[in-house]
Each structure stands twice: as C-alpha cells, then as structure tokens.
Design a protein around this ligand. Structure first.
Ligand code: ATP
Length: 240
C-alpha cells in the first residue's frame, strides 16, 4: 500500500492548438483533502478530466493507489474507486433524485441490499435528498443539485472523489453547508478528496495542502496554512 492515493507526474494536455496543461505534477496523500486552485481558464477542470480519462493527456503519468491508470477507460477508473463529481448543474435534470442516485451505483455489480445501504448512507449525509427522492432533479435548488451530484458519486462507493467547484452558484450559507459535508466525508468515511475551487480562502481552510495553477502550469504549492499566510497568495488570490 502506498501513502499516495493519487499522483500526477509531468502531465500535459491540449485542445487542438491550445496547450491547457503543461508538465503538471501533484500528489494527494491517502485520507487527505488537497485543493487545486487558480483563476479562470488556468486548467483546473482539464486536470480533473485528465485524471478521469475524459480527455487524453499528451504526456505524463497518472497513478491511483500505486497503479498507473492512464490507459484505463473512465468507467474502469470509477470501478477502481476514483469518482469525479461534476458541477451540480450537471445532474440528469429529467430524472428523479432516486434515478440519479441509482445511476451512481450502475457501474458496480451490487446486490439490492448493498444499494439499499448506499441509499441510507447518502440520506444520512443529505437528509434533504431523502425528502425529495421522487422529485425531478430539474426542480431542485442549486444547493440541492450539488448535494445530488455528490450523493450520486457516493453511490459508486468511492475511495477518492474529484470535486469540481462545489461552491459554484450557491449562496454563502449553502457553500458553508456543502463544505461542512465535504469535511465530514473526509473525517468520518476516510474519503480522499481533490477539490477544485474558485473560493480560495475557503478551499485553503478545509484542505491540508494546495496547488495553484496559472496558465496550465503549476505556479505555487504548499501546506494550505502556509499559503493562507503567504503575502503573494494573499495579494493575488485573497484580495488583501
Ligand atoms: P474555470 O475556473 O474557468 O472553469 P479552469 O481552470 O477549470 O477554468 P479549464 O476549463 O481547464 O480551466 O481550461 C483550460 C484552458 O483550456 C482554457 O484556456 C480553456 O479555454 C481551454 N479549454 C477547455 N476546454 C476546452 C475545449 N473543450 N476545447 C478547447 N479549449 C478548451
């Protein structure tokens, strides 16, 4: 068993002529929360998509739990326990909450009993989803859709999740709630988390380590507490 749950070494990716990532290396220790930060277009989503193999990197190596996953189909990556949570807006809008959650378990060969247990676990984290189980996802609030996106990922019994902008479009109060849940998933279920986030202050508060991307390259990285107090980070990303 390796201490590193996820490791990227020299990963590059481009969209046609646009070089979106250049030589990105990062590590996520088992059981930790690591933040991936940077301004618009810095390459954060591209990094997550490269890890999940939704896009094909042009160079580099990606290892999950000690094994290279670069050649695996994205379904197989999910089966191994690495699950990407899209922005809440990307839930299946015409389906009910229940159907969305069931889809999360789809790739596993699970018994009815296991799926029932998974539903219970999701309800524990998100009682609101239980109350709205037959409701169409399109009628959920933005915060509830974000909860559903996370809940759907949990149905796959992940060991690690990749969270893309969980605060997107949410009111400050809901953002607090979602981040509290993210911390509980890490604390109570030992889930390893890589979180992409625009709210740099919040992301640095809940993570132990952070990487900052600029124009597709790593600019800075370090323990989150240290970055919170770093004058350059404060000026560039915290507006102080
Ligand atoms: P944001 O915070 O705005 O979501 P990001 O850091 O996630 O930004 P990416 O979405 O990874 O940034 O984009 C990195 C670069 O790649 C940008 O210049 C973007 O315009 C470009 N890009 C992203 N997706 C595509 C695509 N499908 N086709 C062409 N260019 C793309």
């Amino acid at each position: 068993m390796t201490d590193m749950m996820l490791e990227l070494r020299g990963v590059s990716a481009s969209y046609g002529a646009i070089q979106a990532l250049q030589n990105v290396s990062l590590q996520v220790p088992r059981g930790s929360i690591v933040a991936l930060l940077g301004s618009n277009g810095a390459g954060k989503s591209t990094t997550l998509n490269a890890i999940s193999h939704l896009i094909e990197p042009s160079a580099g190596e990606i290892r999950f739990d000690g094994q290279s996953i670069g050649r695996l189909h994205s379904d197989e990556i999910v089966r191994r326990g690495l699950v990407q949570v899209p922005e809440g807006r990307e839930v299946f809008k015409d389906m009910s909450v229940r159907e969305n959650l069931e889809l999360g378990a789809f790739l596993r060969k699970s018994s009815r009993k296991e799926i029932a247990e998974d539903f219970e676990r999701v309800y524990q984290m998100f009682p609101r989803l239980k109350e709205r189980i037959e409701q169409r996802a399109s009628t959920l609030s933005g915060g509830e859709q974000q909860m559903l996106a996370i809940g759907r990922a949990l149905m796959a019994r992940p060991r690690m999740i990749l969270l893309d902008e969980p605060s997107m479009g949410l009111s400050p109060l809901l953002v607090e709630q979602i981040f509290e849940i993210i911390q509980r998933l890490n604390r109570e279920q030992g889930l390893t988390i890589l979180v992409v986030e625009q709210d740099v202050r919040l992301a640095l508060r809940i993570s132990s380590y952070a990487y900052i991307l600029e124009n597709g390259e790593l600019n800075l990285h370090g323990p989150s507490k240290q970055l919170l107090n770093d004058p350059a980070v404060r000026r560039a990303y915290l507006g102080v």
